[in-house]
Write a new protein. Sequence first.
Length: 147
Amino acid sequence: MNTPRTAPTDTTPYEALGGAPAVRRLVERFYQLMDELPEAYTVRRMHPESLAGSADSLFDFLSGWLGGPPLYSQKKGHPRLRMRHRAYAIGTVERDEWMLCMTQALTEQVADAALREALIDTFAHMANHLVNTDDSASACRHANPVN
């Protein structure tokens, strides 16, 4: 899993974003968009009614992935994204809807254009890696989402 890179400095993306408060705002906006955008209907169906657990897991993951405290690994071990998402049929529709929400959240929350583009590119690579079916708009294969 590749951590996004910024300009050659000692500043991590986590720090460049503004630390925990900024990562929390990004996650909150991401899930708010997923909840509100009709274009995100398919990916939203894959999540539980309350997005609180998903938001906590994404915050924990992004914290470590962006170079901050490794909260997710401390709580749940190695992220193993493909394995943890294997229970869900993720096709291009789900990937694109997820990326729509993340791209908009990043566009709204990250003022530094170079950092924003690096993050969008890296998230797109990660989202492509999670596609596990040729079926678009496929249903969830598991009743309880993995957090």
